[in-house]
Design a protein around this ligand. Structure first.
Ligand SMILES: Cc1cc2nc3c(=O)[nH]c(=O)nc-3n(C[C@H](O)[C@H](O)[C@H](O)COP(=O)(O)OP(=O)(O)OC[C@H]3O[C@@H](n4cnc5c(N)ncnc54)[C@H](O)[C@@H]3O)c2cc1C
Length: 541
């Protein structure tokens, strides 16, 4: 299948693909499913403890058969929409698309896409090469005192020493029985004198005759046959298998299992990870035996939960980062001419056509003269002023809005007292004192510029007011943010006090610095109280 075709035809795209549906994987899936993540678990169906009859040391489910425990887990995660598919993952490669991601291929030819990977595929136990041993694995050939120790208490146990940890392992089982022997396998270094003394005082015999086979009668373990021919009668054989990370499929990502050493022996291989479960490959996490072969079922589940939560947080971080960048781009657009042209062109009218209430309140008592309406939009304020005898210049950077305003003014019969100019207020300059144009009223209603830009605009607008004239600047107060109606406008909103420093106190008498309460319609038409920042000042004569 070609790369493009494969990606087009993939069946699934998930926030998280979890490789391995054992305790760690399913527990991670539970945390992620409950966090409303889309999760696909791909599981080959052979948990490490499947040869054992029961799971012990799992509080609340003590003694449950391993596959039954996982079946319960599958049922639980299904409630949260997590899908489990029986399949073996064969390869994982980077998904070369915007954002981190992976293409996961399974043995049944599936290709699925994942934003994040939680790998919980566990380990394979490689047993000492003793004839008949592997057949009894998990039944009476055992490795862990916590998994099976109670079940073989007071029974005869033979420990096959395959590494330097054997004496330690023997001591743990000695806690459960005093009918005990340690058998040294071929090539295994003899325990230290100190270990031999410790074993001897606890009544543990050490035999140097290497094992040659397992003696079974009627499907019951009878003993260990030694190379000398002697049969060591026992009910259970304890071994220390070499554990191998089940992670070949990660090789295309450059993730290789690394040797795990303890007590001077290499006990197996693992995928190294941070305490968070993060691996060297961003976007790939591990949990359970794959990163900690000593982990029991309950602790694998605990780590799976923790790593699932960490992955969720990582996704939230990415999504928030993306939302912020998109939002910033949209905001940047908000103050650009093309965006406003589009906005006006999309609808016949975007404003109510009524005069803004603070202009009505503040200008009603002024003697009509020349007025400048900044950001005149569809012309409602300018027309209202013109109808009261003002000669009005409306400035805006949207041609569509200016044409619409001119048409409304003509309809209202004030076309001759209005003039419409294409001006970007960010570069508006009234010209030097004594030379440029001046107006008796300069009004800016709900013009907002980002990053505190309104202070600078107020300074420039002040320069356009005639001696004795009025400057009126009105905008949304930052407290309106709590209403949720002014989404993303924080940096452009202002208090009336913010604007006062723009006015030279020797040249200006500040008459109104107020927040005026008003009620507007919310998203669902409900009344929402807001506040308008109002600055009115008179230029001294
Ligand atoms: C014989 C034995 C008995 C045990 N008894 C106990 C006990 O009583 N109590 C206890 O707490 N612990 C016990 N353990 C330890 C227990 O098995 C582990 O703690 C536990 O299985 C770890 O869970 P996990 O999710 O990391 O891995 P696993 O349970 O091994 O699950 C890994 C899953 O990943 C799947 N998988 C692997 N490769 C792939 C792939 N390429 N694609 C898709 N899926 C894949 C496997 O099929 C498996 O279903 C026992 C271990 C053994 C060997």
């Amino acid at each position: 299948m070609s790369e493009t075709k494969a990606l087009q035809e993939h069946e699934h795209r998930s926030d998280v693909v979890i490789v391995g549906g054992g305790a760690a994987g399913l527990s991670g899936a539970l945390a992620l499913g409950r966090s409303r993540r889309s999760v696909l678990v791909l599981d080959a169906g052979s948990p490490r403890n499947s040869p054992a009859g029961h799971v012990h040391n799992y509080l609340g489910r003590e003694g449950t058969p391993p596959l039954e425990l996982l079946e319960i887990g599958r049922g639980e995660i299904a409630q949260y929409g997590v899908q489990v598919t029986v399949a073996r993952v064969e390869t994982v490669r980077p998904w070369d698309r915007p954002g981190t991601g992976f293409v996961v291929t399974t043995d049944d030819g599936r290709e699925v896409l994942a934003r994040r990977l939680l790998v919980a595929s566990g380990v394979t136990d490689v047993l000492p090469d003793v004839p008949g041993l592997a057949d009894r694995w998990g039944r009476d050939v055992l490795h862990c005192p916590y998994c099976h120790g109670w079940e073989i208490r007071d029974r005869a146990i033979a420990v096959l020493a395959t590494n330097k940890m054997a004496a330690h392992q023997a001591m743990l089982f000695r806690q459960l029985t005093d009918n005990f022997v340690v058998v040294l396998t071929e090539g295994t270094p003899r325990p230290t004198e100190e270990d031999l003394e410790r074993l001897a005082v606890r009544g543990v015999r050490v035999v140097s005759d290497p094992p040659a086979g397992v003696l079974v009668e009627n499907d019951t373990l009878r003993g260990l046959r030694l190379s000398s021919g002697e049969v060591l009668a026992c009910d259970a054989i304890v071994v220390s298998p070499v554990f191998r990370a089940r992670a070949e499929f990660l090789a295309p990502l450059g993730l290789e299992p690394k040797p795990f050493e303890m007590g001077g022996d290499v006990l197996g291989t693992l995928i190294p990870s941070e305490p968070t479960g993060a691996t060297a490959v961003p976007g790939v996490w591990v949990a359970g035996n794959l990163s900690d072969a000593m982990a029991q079922v309950v602790s694998s589940a605990a780590v799976g939960l923790r790593v699932g939560a960490i992955i969720n947080a990582d996704l939230i971080e990415e999504e928030t980062h993306l939302a912020v960048s998109t939002h910033r781009a949209e905001l940047a657009d908000l103050f650009e001419e093309p965006a406003w042209e589009d906005r006006y062109a999309a609808r016949d009218a975007i404003w109510s056509g009524r005069v803004n209430p603070q202009l009505e309140a503040e200008a009603a008592g002024l003697e009509p003269g020349q007025a400048l309406d900044v950001g005149s939009g569809e012309g409602a304020d300018a027309i209202w002023l013109a109808e009261r005898g003002w000669s009005v210049t409306g400035i805006d950077f949207s041609i569509v809005a200016l044409e619409r305003a001119a048409s409304h003014a003509a309809t209202a019969g004030v076309g001759e007292r209005t003039e419409w100019r294409h001006v970007d207020v960010r570069t508006f300059d009234p010209g030097p004192e004594g030379l440029g144009e001046r107006w008796d009223l300069v009004t800016s209603q709900f013009m907002h510029l980002p990053d505190g830009g309104m202070v600078d605009l107020t300074r420039r607008l002040a320069g356009a007011v005639s001696p004795g004239g009025t400057l009126l600047v009105v905008g949304h107060h930052p407290d309106d943010l709590v209403t949720g109606l002014r989404h993303g406008q924080q940096s452009s909103m202002f208090t009336p006090e913010d604007l006062v420093p723009a006015l030279d106190p020797d040249a200006w008498e500040v008459e109104v610095v107020e927040v005026r309460p008003r009620t507007v319609a919310g998203h669902d038409g409900e009344p929402v109280p807001v506040g308008d920042s109002v600055l009115r000042a008179r230029r001294r004569l």
